[in-house]
Every structure is written in structure tokens, then in C-alpha cells.
Write a protein that binds this ligand. Structure first.
Ligand code: FES
Ligand code: FES
Length: 180
């Protein structure tokens, strides 16, 4: 008798993503990052290292930043997931995004969605961070282009502008990395 070592097949998973209820049929081994990108078409969160070392895949789950590449989608049922696509309101950019543009907080832009999400989360928890607090909060987001000084400047400027609002649920922006 043949023994199959294949895992369970696709199962339905209910996810709340950017305020919308979404049901996907996936194998339980799938990461949240792969489900966001490949099942839900939300490609703002990037696949960088795929092992929790770069922050390109940063999302917000129940109000806390998380690496989507290390998170199983099945563990996200009943939780609130927010991605970079939720940060702007249509054409209206979030102040953090405006500040990244104003201060050249990116070069190639690959890390930018994760950086912006991390900054938005930081300012929701701490609207007036010190420079040291910004550096610490953003330490999990690597920028291969070395845009760190401008990123820190942008986050501090966004804090000065006041960004305490909830980022909402709609829109995609220059800083969302829609292109891939
Ligand atoms: S892709 Fe998730 S931390 Fe690098
Ligand atoms: S802007 Fe290129 S990796 Fe950060």
C-alpha cells in the first residue's frame, strides 16, 4: 500500500485584510506574504530575504508590525491585517509617505513599503519619537541602498507634522511598490 507524505490540501481561511473579509483556499503551510501577493494581489509587501532578516515584507497584524514571510496565513484568522495598500486614502498620501518623498527616503524603493509600514506603526504607538527611538523601531527594516539618514529624517518630520490618524483601508501609492 502506497503511503503519501503530501500534506493536507487547500483549506478555506478567512482573513481580514485592510478592513475587508477575504476567503482564500490555501495549503496550511502557506505564508501570509505568499497569500497576500499571490492570492490577493497585494504586492506592496515585498519578498526580500524570506527569512525574517530584511523587513521588506512588513505588515501590521493586530496593531503590531510583523514579518509576513515568517507568518503563516492560517495563524491570521480572526486578526486584523494591514498592508501598505491601506496606508493612503486614494490619491491622498499618508504623511509618512509625503515625508519619504520630501526627504528622499528611498532610492530603488524595494524596501520602502516595509519602511513606511514600520514608520506608520511606530507613530501610531509613539507619535513623538526621539531620533534614537526611530532608529530602534526601524532597525528591523534593511535598506540596501543605504537611505537610512533620509529615512530617519522623514519619520521625524512626519512625526512633527502629526500622523496619529489610522491609515485607513484604501489606495496604493508611490511608496506602495505596486510595480512588483
Ligand atoms: S522578506 Fe520577510 S523579513 Fe525579509
Ligand atoms: S531604497 Fe533601495 S533598498 Fe531601500
Amino acid at each position: 500500500m502506497a503511503i503519501s507524505f503530501r500534506g493536507p490540501g487547500p483549506i478555506p481561511i478567512d482573513l481580514n485584510v485592510n478592513g475587508e473579509e477575504r476567503t482564500v483556499f490555501i495549503e496550511p503551510r502557506r505564508t501570509l506574504l505568499s497569500v497576500l501577493r499571490e492570492e490577493l494581489g497585494l504586492t506592496g509587501a515585498k519578498h526580500g530575504c524570506g527569512r525574517g532578516q530584511c523587513g521588506a515584507c512588513t505588515v501590521i497584524i493586530d496593531g503590531e508590525t510583523a514579518y509576513a514571510c515568517l507568518t503563516l496565513a492560517v495563524d491570521c484568522e480572526g486578526r486584523s491585517i494591514r498592508t501598505i495598500e491601506s496606508v493612503s486614502h486614494g490619491e491622498q498620501l499618508h504623511p509618512v509617505q509625503e515625508a519619504f518623498i520630501e526627504h528622499d527616503g528611498y532610492q530603488c524603493g524595494f524596501c520602502t513599503p516595509g519602511q513606511v509600514v514600520a514608520a506608520v506603526s511606530l507613530l501610531e504607538h509613539n507619535p513623538s519619537p526621539t531620533e534614537a527611538e526611530v532608529r530602534e523601531a526601524m532597525a528591523g527594516n534593511v535598506c540596501r541602498c543605504g537611505a537610512y539618514p533620509n529615512i530617519v529624517t522623514a519619520v521625524l518630520d512626519a512625526a512633527r507634522q502629526g500622523t496619529g490618524r489610522d491609515p485607513g483601508v484604501s489606495g496604493a501609492t508611490v511608496a506602495s511598490g505596486e510595480e512588483g
